[in-house]
Design a protein around this ligand. Structure first.
Ligand code: UDP
Length: 323
């Protein structure tokens, strides 16, 4: 049993809570910090009472204090869906800037490793495809997505500055589209929207003509990659995602097929600055970490479907069972 202690900021969120599970399962002590703005206690309620787990309801943009030693800080606090960061633009900027500053300060004080959850959004609407880590991106700083993209770009810059100036041991993961159980039904992302719409036999809302592409990674693959990155010596950013790319139209049709739904498709306006293509180049993750995703989209959707069925049944008494 390792006695290492890790702090997961944003640990009541979708990815943060899966990280908390993984570290606890591997014998770590896990402290979750979350202000529950977009995170949910439901995501971690199964951990209350488990040995080695503690929860701290706190906003990481304020000074944070943790007593005792810390071996690693995984900084995952942030609204993370386009819908959420449009709803909370200032909180998104604050947690990416002030929150990252506080979390890095704590890492420095404790001599802890620091891992930043960055994002494929640092590449903006990319002009290089697929996106390698060496690409600097094409971001509109004053657009509606700029609050997230620029906050994360600033967070990367600050992380590197703490590494270079203070010798903090840092890691940066650039996370591409990820899905799985514990996504909020109403987080506005393509997968929760399509799943809920399909299970209710409502039309699936495809934004624009649906020709824009994304590459979807199952959450278990993602957290394994993050765990391996933390153990590695790699300071430069590493993309973690699934390189299987498809159009959003194709994705919507796949969800309809998997759920056995009668739903049709409807088109809605494309949100501004919506990236036209996205696919991670994971050559570095393969080479440095020996990591690559193992779960296909078909398998991942199978694993995710029961969660959405149960959540919808709880929230929607009118749910008509799909097949
Ligand atoms: N999208 C869609 N219908 C929806 C929600 C999203 O067509 O109901 C599109 C969205 O415009 C984007 C893609 O699906 O092109 C992925 O969107 P998401 O919000 O999941 O994340 P993003 O990759 O844009 O950060």
């Amino acid at each position: 049993m390792s006695s290492q202690r890790v702090l997961v900021t944003g640990g009541a969120g979708f990815i943060g809570s899966h990280l908390a599970d993984l570290f606890l399962d591997r014998g770590y002590e896990v402290l979750v910090m979350d202000n529950l703005l977009t995170g949910r206690l439901e995501n971690i309620e199964h951990l209350f009472g488990r040995e080695g787990f503690t929860f701290h309801k706190q906003d990481v943009t304020n000074h944070i204090h943790i007593s005792g030693p810390l071996d690693a800080i995984l900084h995952f606090a942030s609204p993370a869906s386009p819908y959420d960061y449009l709803e909370y633009p200032i909180q998104t900027l604050k947690v990416g800037s002030l929150g990252t500053h506080k979390a890095l300060g704590l890492a420095k004080e404790k001599g802890a490793k620091f891992l930043l959850a960055s994002t494929s959004e640092v590449y903006g609407d990319p002009l290089v495809h697929p996106q390698p880590e060496s690409y600097w991106g094409n971001v509109n700083p004053i657009g509606v997505r700029g609050v997230y993209d620029e906050a994360k770009r600033f967070a990367e810059a600050l992380t590197m500055a703490y590494h270079r100036s203070h010798g903090v041991c840092t890691r940066i993961v650039r996370i591409f589209n990820t899905y799985g159980p514990r996504m909020r039904l109403d987080d506005g992302r393509a997968l929760p929207n399509f799943m809920c719409q399909a299970l209710r036999n409502d039309p699936l809302t495809v934004f624009g003509d649906g020709s824009q592409t994304r590459s979807f990674c199952y959450v278990a693959d993602l957290v394994e990659g993050i765990f391996q990155l933390l153990q590695s010596e790699e300071v430069s950013p590493v993309n973690i995602g699934n390189p299987t790319e498809m159009s959003i139209l194709e994705f919507a049709r796949t969800v309809i097929e998997k759920t056995g739904s009668q739903s049709e498709l409807v088109h809605r306006d494309l949100p501004s600055d919506d990236p036209k293509v996205r696919q991670p180049d994971i050559a570095r993750a393969r080479e440095i970490l020996g990591w690559e995703p193992k779960v296909s989209l078909a398998e991942g959707l199978e694993l995710t479907l029961p969660y959405f069925r149960d959540e919808l049944a709880r929230h929607d008494s009118d749910l008509s069972p799909a097949r």
